[in-house]
Write a protein that binds this ligand. Structure first.
Ligand SMILES: Nc1ncnc2c1ncn2[C@@H]1O[C@H](COP(=O)(O)OP(=O)(O)OP(=O)(O)O)[C@@H](O)[C@H]1O
Ligand SMILES: [Mg+2]
Length: 368
């Protein structure tokens, strides 16, 4: 086991800057998710750790030692690919034993490690089968097993469950987390799926266009996003963002849009007036689950809109509300709005402490 460090790391492919000055400390034993949309540089970062991609600039170290120049096979790192890369003609046992045989390990030691690993992964009864006789989830476990037997210092996963169906993905999230926590091996897990990051990681490193945006626990990323982009990338449905102008009114600050005025809580007002927003333009963030709906207007429900559509989801429903040119999603109790209520007026309320404010130009979050 060992910590992994990126020090001012760049990855360039000709004209493309895939990873821009990445600085990241992955702790010993940590499960770190590298999260971001397609093309943001996740795989490039991971492949540089594995040694499958040349590091254009900067340094990566494992356990305090620079690994830039080390051959992939000398890095003591195991990478699990999405396409399991199992040998189709070999049994599960032989697939797992193979990397150890290549290292000229003794038969007894190989047997011990394969069986021990199979027990951890609960695939003992599959050892005699060939990959074609396994389900997707089982193949996944064998692929992990084949990495595990080597007892590597770190595990790398690149979207390992992206192609599985939703039900199996949900199960595999739990499985992979269980395995990682049991072994305590430093793990870097690449995904574009915020739900995987939120549910599995000790910490999330979130990237956009090759630039690291924030590194924090899932809880902190969700509750204290660094900027509006992170705020809207995390959460399902994503955070609503409203455009408004900050103005003074009655000795305090308000955020004003043509259709509504939102009083800015005192603790954020001070920060907002210090933040010197460009042209006073602000973006207000509010998560769908933090909004409340009312059919009648009152002071507690100051944002007026009209129902656009409702999506019942079994236990809750997502209400899509049109406010001027903007659309706001509200997650609320099932049955609040009926399918037929299209264009019906509705009024939204919120707890002031649930509001987020972002500089409309830089996107940076403004906290008290
Ligand atoms: N071998 C290559 N040659 C040229 N450009 C590349 C190469 N590999 C990746 N890129 C570019 O580098 C950028 C980052 O790619 P990367 O594969 O790291 O993204 P990613 O975050 O893993 O995306 P995805 O979620 O789609 O897998 C992209 O713009 C991609 O087109
Ligand atoms: Mg990728």
């Amino acid at each position: 086991m060992a910590a992994l460090t990126f020090n001012n790391v760049w990855k360039r492919y000709d004209q493309v800057e895939a990873v821009k000055n990445l600085n990241l400390d992955i702790r010993d034993g940590e499960f770190l998710c590298l999260l971001g949309p397609s093309g943001c540089g996740k795989s490039s970062s991971l492949r540089m750790i594995a040694g499958l991609e040349f590091i254009s600039e900067g340094e990566i170290s494992l356990g305090g030692q620079r690994i830039n120049e080390l051959e992939p096979r000398h890095r003591d790192i195991a990478m699990v690919f999405e396409s399991y890369a199992l040998y189709p003609q070999k049994t599960v046992y032989d697939n797992m034993a193979n990397p150890l045989r290549l290292r000229k390990m003794s038969k007894d030691e190989i047997d011990r490690r394969v069986k021990e690993t199979a027990a951890i992964l609960e695939i003992e009864r599959l050892l005699g089968r060939r990959p074609s006789q396994l389900s997707g989830g089982q193949k996944q476990r064998v692929a992990i097993g084949r990495c595990l037997v080597r007892e590597p210092k770190a595990f790398l996963f690149d979207e390992p469950i992206a192609h599985l169906d939703a039900k199996l993905r949900a199960r595999m999230r739990g499985e992979l987390k269980h395995i990682q926590k049991t072994l305590g091996t430093t793990t870097v897990y690449v995904t574009h799926d915020q739900l995987e990051g939120m549910s599995m990681a000790d910490r999330i490193a979130i990237m956009r266009d090759g630039v690291l945006q924030q590194v924090a626990t899932p809880h902190e990323i969700f509750n204290r996003p660094a900027n509006v982009w992170v705020a809207t990338f995390i959460g399902d449905p994503p955070m609503n963002v409203l455009n408004a102008e900050v103005q003074t009114a009655d000795g305090g600050l308000v955020a004003r849009a043509p259709e509504y005025t939102i009083a800015i809580p005192d603790r954020q007002a001070a920060a907002l007036s210090n933040a010197r927003l460009t042209d006073g333009k602000v973006q207000i963030g509010i998560r769908p689950e933090a909004l409340r709906l009312s059919q009648t207007p009152d002071a507690a429900h100051p944002i007026a809109g009209r129902i656009y559509a409702v999506q019942p989801l079994g236990d809750v429903e997502i209400v899509d509300v049109r406010v001027g040119d903007e659309r706001i999603l509200v997650k609320t109790e099932l049955g609040t709005i009926q399918n037929e209520d299209i264009d019906v007026p509705v009024f939204m309320g919120y707890k002031p402490e649930k509001l987020y404010f972002f500089d409309a130009v830089t996107g940076e979050a403004v906290y008290e």
